[in-house]
Design a protein around this ligand. Structure first.
Ligand SMILES: [Zn+2]
Length: 269
């Protein structure tokens, strides 16, 4: 019962935070402050009133997808980001309950959502989001050197370091090899930094799982997309959203997936 109350609270919190993520997604790639000025219609500059800022409700019931000032269509991305953030927050709460992990993973989930949408729109994963994340993950791991903190966080500095190596080095080699072979940049540095961050936060096993799930879904969807669009071979498909998806699945179910796999291989019972 308590768990469902917690999940409900996290859902509502996620909706509100998703609304803020929309601001981050719009402003960070444009180098604008995320604090000031208050949000306004990008077309007619009409400020967004408080009642027009209620997640989902404003978009569907009050504004009906249009700016109240000039009638310009508002992208479906806004309510979508709000809803996805709320839904994923609820699932994280259901999985990890009232715990320190839940707090960290909610922050991480929010960062992955913002990074994915920004990467889809701009093909960039901004340092101002990824690097503080990497720093935070390292600080958490150093926290475990203080024994009372070990009950809250299990990735030690050695685990974080291994995670950075396992998550980042394959992409580093791949991007170096691609550059050598073709003379073009294939993989952005942002993807590598995102994997440093993910590895430091989730440790080596989940970093490996992230790469595995990310490359698998990325190639399946990438190839399907190119077939459908008959796009040229050099069309750039952002890798960040796939890595983010892989990282989120690894974060949520990595432990269970590894257990299941080991049992399947007959290594544990
Ligand atoms: Zn407007």
């Amino acid at each position: 019962m308590m768990l469902y109350v917690l999940a409900g609270c996290c859902f509502v919190f996620g909706l509100v935070l998703g609304s803020f993520l929309n601001v981050v997604i719009y402003r960070v790639p444009r180098d604008l402050s995320i604090v000031t000025p208050p949000s306004a219609c990008p077309k007619c500059s009409r400020p967004i009133r408080a009642w027009e800022n209620i997640p989902l409700i404003s978009y569907f019931l009050i504004l009906r997808g249009r700016c109240a000032g000039c009638g310009t269509r508002i992208s479906i991305q806004y309510p979508l980001v709000e809803f996805v953030t709320g839904a994923l927050f609820a699932v994280v709460a259901l999985r990890f309950g009232l715990s320190f992990e839940t707090i960290v993973y909610l922050v991480y989930t929010a960062m992955l959502i913002a990074l994915s949408v920004i990467d889809l729109q701009t093909k960039l994963l901004p340092n101002v989001i990824v690097l503080p994340g990497l720093l935070g993950a390292c600080l958490l791991s150093f926290g475990t050197l203080y024994p009372p903190f070990q009950q809250y966080w299990s990735i030690t500095p050695a685990g974080a370091f291994l995670g950075i190596v396992v998550g980042g080095v394959p992409l580093l080699l791949l991007s170096w090899g691609y550059l050598k072979l073709t003379g073009r940049e294939g993989m952005g540095g942002g993807d590598i930094k995102l994997m440093f961050f993910t590895g430091a936060l989730l440790g080596p096993v989940n970093a490996f799982l992230t790469l595995f799930i990310g490359s698998l879904t990325g190639s399946v969807i990438g190839i399907t997309y190119m077939k459908m669009k008959k796009a040229e071979r050099h069309v750039q498909i952002p890798f960040g959203p796939f890595l983010s998806f892989g990282a989120w699945i690894a974060m949520m179910f990595g432990h269970d997936m590894i257990q299941w796999y080991l049992a399947y291989m007959g290594l544990v019972h």
